[in-house]
Design a protein around this ligand. Structure first.
Ligand code: G
Ligand code: G
Ligand code: NA
Ligand code: MN
Length: 254
């Protein structure tokens, strides 16, 4: 397959780059960090969406090397921004199920931290519920090991797939990201409002910081702030930015 052949060479040819989408503290209005999002710029195909190539990378096992490259690049970039003055800047990295279940995952996380010099507490790993539910006990063990390193765990896309509360209480996690499908119509839909309010209350009880993703309008921002949500992300604040654009954003806050 053509795409697969291209994907096999993409790392070596330096065709991947990361974009960064900021997280804002609702109360201070300050940038607390960013989520790294991979992009593939192929000379013939142009930009290929991760929605297209991540599944292929998972099927072929290429995700192991790609994911490791993301970890190293993201940690290195975060450390560089900290050195340039971004105090307490945290970087979030999306982790695929195949990568997470890989036997070297914890070791690779440790190596990325050591190589970059980034303190573990400034790395957040974003895991979706489907990543963790492939093998719940194993996942919990790995998450505990990661937390022992000092790394933070975020539950991504919460509310979309299983949302089983019986396992949520046992998950070693630090942050919960409310899926953007609940945020989209928040201002117009009393059911979404009830669910989001409940997720925030539950998170506080479980001592999880709550992040709302996909905030596109001021009205959503305002409602979430009033509901006590901790951190904000979405196009209303900023789209994912190139490293260079992100530096400007950091410098000017816009
Ligand atoms: O940035 P965008 O909306 O195009 O991302 C589409 C999907 O690809 C999202 O689900 C996102 O989590 C995923 N994605 C983006 N970057 C990475 C990455 O570095 N690793 C993994 N595993 N998934 C990513
Ligand atoms: O699956 P995950 O939550 O990691 O997906 C992250 C992706 O969501 C990012 O790649 C980004 O392109 C997209 N995204 C971020 N903010 C918004 C937003 O406000 N609206 C929409 N529609 N998509 C967003
Ligand atoms: Na994510
Ligand atoms: Mn998400």
């Amino acid at each position: 397959m053509e795409l697969e052949g291209y994907l096999r060479k993409a790392l070596q040819k330096n065709e991947f780059f990361l974009t960064y989408q900021p997280f804002i503290n609702f109360y201070t209005g300050k940038i607390i960090g960013a989520e790294s999002l991979i992009r593939w710029d192929h000379p013939k195909l142009g930009l290929v969406s991760p929605l297209e190539f991540i599944p292929l990378a998972e099927e072929t096992g290429l995700i192991l090397n790609i994911g490791n490259w993301v970890l190293q690049t993201a940690c290195g970039q975060a450390k560089m921004w900290q050195e340039k003055g971004a105090i307490d800047f945290t970087i979030s990295v999306n982790v695929s199920a195949v990568q997470f279940q890989g036997i070297n995952f914890v070791k690779e996380v440790k190596e990325a931290l050591e190589k970059s010099g980034l303190q573990p507490k400034y790395l957040k790993l974003e895991l979706t519920e489907s990543v963790m539910l492939q093998n719940v006990q194993y996942s919990i063990d790995v998450m505990k090991e990661l937390q022992k390193l000092g790394v933070q765990i975020s539950i991504d896309d919460f509310g979309t797939v299983y949302s089983s509360l019986s396992y949520l209480k046992d998950l070693p996690a630090n942050n919960l990201k409310i899926d953007r499908s609940f945020i989209q119509n928040l201002h117009a839909n009393t059911k979404d409002m009830a669910i989001v309010r409940a997720i925030i209350a539950m998170s506080k009880g479980l001592e999880l910081k709550v992040i709302a993703e996909g905030i596109e309008q001021q009205v959503q921002w305002q409602l979430l702030k009033e509901m006590g949500c901790d951190f904000a992300q979405g196009y209303y604040i900023s789209k994912p930015l190139s490293a260079k654009q992100f530096e400007t954003f950091l410098a000017t806050g816009s």
